[in-house]
Design a protein around this ligand. Sequence first.
Ligand SMILES: [Fe+2]
Length: 389
Amino acid sequence: MGTTTGKGILFTLPVEELFDAPGIVAEDVVDNAGKLILPQGTHLAWIGAHREHVISRLRNLGILHVRIRREEGLSTERLRSLLGKISPPLRTVNRQAASEAVTAIETAYHEIAVGRNREDLLLPLLRCGKALAGEIGKSPSILFSLLKVKATDEYTFVHSLNVALLAGSLAGILRPGDLPFLKHAISASLLHDLGKALINPAILNKPGKLTAEEYHEVRQHPLIGENLARDSGIAELQILQAIRWHHERWMGGGYPDNLLGGAIPLVARIIAVADVFDALTAERAYKGALPPREALSTIIESSGAHFDPAVSRCLLRSLGLFPPGTLVELSDETIAVVVSSTEGDLIRPTVLLHFDAQGVPFNDVHLVDLRRSSLHIRRGLGHLGKQAV
Ligand SMILES: [Fe+2]
């Protein structure tokens, strides 16, 4: 059975199966007299040609099982390549559209930061918003974004894209078939933090607590963003309002206008949820990334106070209890990675089998839609690359 550590997945294996796949001895193996037979940290590969000897020695000493750690061995790159082999292809974000959006956001921020705002500056961003809306509009499911932030500076840009994808999915579910609404939600998401282009980056990336003055400055970004967007030729009221009000709270107490409930436009309420969810799951200089499951719990806990309950429920329905990227143990003790959620079915996503019950990695792509399988998820083991200890 697999359990997880920060560095891999632990298996208790019969000694005969020790060498079926690469692994590392997870705990010292000692005989009855306390003599060390296999030290913790031994790579099984080091034993090489002596494997039969080791197996028979362990058996003779009455040691029938050994705790082994196997590396997760599934980087996002490998996962992407595996997903690429799936036919029909699993829906992921169109990488070109995603990269173009990130570049468009980056360009707009840089131009604004150096005082070169102009009337047509945001047109490329709106075009990207339209393209993404076309993608999400086909079927509003949460797309498995594999874009990684390469540098701290990129964070805001990739964050804006992630918020747009998530907000777009939520908008598509909450207002099915309403393409203009979807376009507004996505464009507003791409632009929601535009005002940060004029906030001191040292404050935005400050690892410690902000002073009262610094906090005051950060809180100006929705208003600055709204003005910048208007100056750059954005005329749609829905977009301008969403930029201004994405930090308002359902029960009040948000900024800049301390609005309440339904007075906050739906697009702004959607962005509020997507913004916080993506921020919680991102790794920053001053904090670690929260696994999506925990981020989801945080949103649900604040539902009705900070967030519109209908929007947070929609996020739960779309992500499921095991969001994409979660490592799970199935009822037959295989270990799998969740690759897509199933709207409306919280506990039966589609999974990619990763290790069999003996900890041997699957070489081929085995995709299982748990809605059509007798298998079920026994428990979550953490998130890909970020397992719970
Ligand atoms: Fe913001």
